[in-house]
Design a binder for this molecule. Sequence first.
Ligand code: HEM
Length: 542
Amino acid sequence: MHMPLHRGLLFAGTALGTYAIIQLLGSLTTHGRWYWRQWCSRRNQSAGLREVISGAGPLPLPFLGNSLYFTRVGFFRALYESCLKRQVTLLWFASSPLLVVSDANLVKQVLTSRIYEKPRYFGYRSRTVKAALELHQKAELMRERIELGSTPESEANVEDPSRAALLNLIDDSINLIAEDTERFFEMLVAGEFAGKDTYRHIQQFYVKLNCKVLFGLCLSDKEAARIAMAIEKAGDEFSKRMILPQRGLFAWTANVSYIWNTSVLLLFGQRILRHLRSSSHPWIHGWVGKVGRLRQLAKVLGLLMAATQTVPIAASWALISIGSHDKIRRKLVVEARRLLAEHSPEKHLADKADFDAVVTSETIAPASEFSLRHEKLKSNFLSDLFRKDSFIDATIRETLRLYPPFPIIQRQAQCDNFLGDVLVPAGAIVAVVPWLMHHHPAYWNHAEVFDPDRWTSDGSDAYRHGDAPSDYCYIPFGRGRRMCAGNPLAMIELKCLVLFAALREHDWCCVVETRGNRSIENSKIQFPSLTMRPPRFSLRNL
Ligand code: HEM
């Protein structure tokens, strides 16, 4: 039986219209219920709803929420304009409410209190770890319902053996990281990637390095390029869908590429698991835990993405920042040479009389003179790189402050709770945005200026939170129990890169190829995209 065309169209139109009306009504109900609960639960009864909770930008639309506003204005700009005036701001990603917290004390509450847990879709714990945590967690939750307290981070972190497993890995891998980074930087300054997108090559390098370090898996250049591309494309699309979930309804080609890239990653995850079964890389088994195959896959892929979506971004911004600030670059050179000279097995470099000449010499050829391939030099020197008070460390901290690669830290309320005057109903998603906290003019002196010295000034806490008043103003790795597990690994990878950039100082310059050749030295606020991808840049041989 054939249905006439006009009947078919009518049928499709009615179905689509009904769907749209249902969505709209559902969305209106969600909005209405949310505001009604806020209104009923006002702590400060004299305050109107607008004072208690205000949203970002124009009034959110049913079904679309603030998504169009974010897409038009840009996510970080929209946040910057809305959130700095309030402690908690309500955003609507389509019909899903999201509370953004921009006050340091409330950030602490969210990241350390057990009332706020990572949403389920953001990773899970291996069963053994989870069982141990749950018991403790229930007791804590009961206590916190009565009195809002916070769990000291140090206590919280030690209870998780999967984290310890990852930390142990670094000791074993530091030489490998240093050697590979040195070789890669030599290729960078030799102009091997001239005219190409440098960021892409940096990303490929870290995919290769981290697969070796984390899983003991050696990839060819071609494979690394394929995986790096899939990670970047899937990550980009994920960010876009986070802001505008309806994208899937109209961006057909993006859907196809999203499915394709996710499949590439899933297949690669399977390959990692197969490799792990036959390897005796003990730490990774501790990290993954005794879980089903699907969860193993999620865990190794999560680890790969966590490492390779963040370090290349930070590394690229570090090179761009160092390349654009001559004074900082000179200071780094002095520091790097001093460190090496102190550890050098060559008599004349360690000799005090020659020391200043070595440190300040313009003519010295650092690469040949100071290569870390000197075995004796390597071990002592690298352990010194871990030091937290060095200028190299400060430069990386400052880079991560201005350009934090991880855009949104999410938590879910486990029971009704208040953040300041705002009710957070059980199940609501609360977001902490590192970029926002790092650019908050109330917390930082000249927040937009790239100034590593803010981390080295006197005061025991300067290396932890620079010139900001609290640890919770500086959160590139998050804080609390679910803080980034790879923090020390990321720092050592970045330190090695900055070290070689400083030692090869005479060989390279950085050219940022953005529209109009915008200078990165500009201390005016810049609003990056949600992915924090750096502008197109290249290193040139001098
Ligand atoms: C500059 C580089 C990096 C940055 C800025 C960064 C940042 C972050 C942030 C903000 C989180 C979320 C924390 C939270 O929800 O409270 C996180 C989680 C995580 N990161 Fe990193 N990360 C970096 C590098 C790495 C590396 C190299 C690894 C791999 C070893 C890694 C592994 C992880 C893991 C496994 C988690 C999940 C931890 C958990 O759920 O408990 N990260 N990272």
